[in-house]
Write a protein that binds this ligand. Structure first.
Ligand SMILES: Cc1cc2nc3c(=O)[nH]c(=O)nc-3n(C[C@H](O)[C@H](O)[C@H](O)COP(=O)(O)O)c2cc1C
Length: 191
């Protein structure tokens, strides 16, 4: 059985983003997977410093980041997992700030082969939850798709959710988890 890490751009373990994530993890657990969750706003992850005057730094030269915070440990958690579930609340029709800070830096270290090691080609599933008026979820899904593919994940799905369809989608997200655990095959027997 595999190991999965879920990385959330919300700090609320009982919030809408966490509930959607838990539903996917439920499916992975049902398939015998070990799962863990990391809430980005509770970690110390600074924004990129754009170290040199050309905008690059150790990310490009070495595939690592000079900032000493929780970033490196979280990158290791990804490397040590068989797949990753990314989930962000929709803020202003886009990624949350903590999610952006993390993926901005991950995208940079993955420009170098050392940074890409253990990340490139790793299966990932992404969720975004518009919990207010419900707008901006498709636009946020587009941002997720772009940044996670640029990093190099094998992104098997990006699922937009909104407050108005959350209760319904919570009933099908465990199936997404089972599908992910099975390697996200193109053919699936269905319920
Ligand atoms: C700064 C900010 C911007 C937000 N922008 C949107 C938005 O564009 N569309 C929307 O439906 N909800 C928006 N919301 C509501 C969040 O999507 C909602 O709080 C979130 O999905 C639930 O977060 P939780 O998972 O932490 O409970 C916004 C919330 C905040 C704090």
């Amino acid at each position: 059985m595999g190991k999965a890490v879920a990385i959330l751009g919300s700090r609320n373990p009982a919030g809408q983003t966490a509930r959607a994530t838990d539903a996917v993890l439920e499916g992975l657990c049902a398939a015998g997977w070990e799962v863990r969750k990391e809430f980005l706003p509770t970690l110390r992850i600074e924004r990129c410093r754009q170290c040199d005057e050309r905008g690059w730094g150790d990310c490009r030269a070495r595939g690592s980041c000079v900032i000493e915070d929780d970033f490196a440990a979280l990158v290791e958690a990804i490397r040590n997992s068989d797949c990753v579930v990314f989930a962000t609340p929709v803020y202003f029709g886009d990624l949350s700030e903590s999610f952006r800070a993390f993926t901005d830096r991950l995208r940079r270290i993955c420009r170098h082969e050392n940074g890409r090691a253990g990340i490139e080609g790793k299966r990932a599933l992404a969720l975004c939850v518009a919990g207010g008026g419900g707008g901006g979820s498709p636009a946020c899904a587009e941002s997720l798709d772009r940044v996670l593919r640029t990093i190099g994940f094998d992104l098997v799905d990006v699922i937009p959710l909104r407050r108005q369809n959350l209760a319904f989608k919570l009933t099908i997200l465990p199936q997404h988890g089972k599908w992910l655990a099975a390697g996200a095959p193109e053919s699936w027997p269905g319920p």
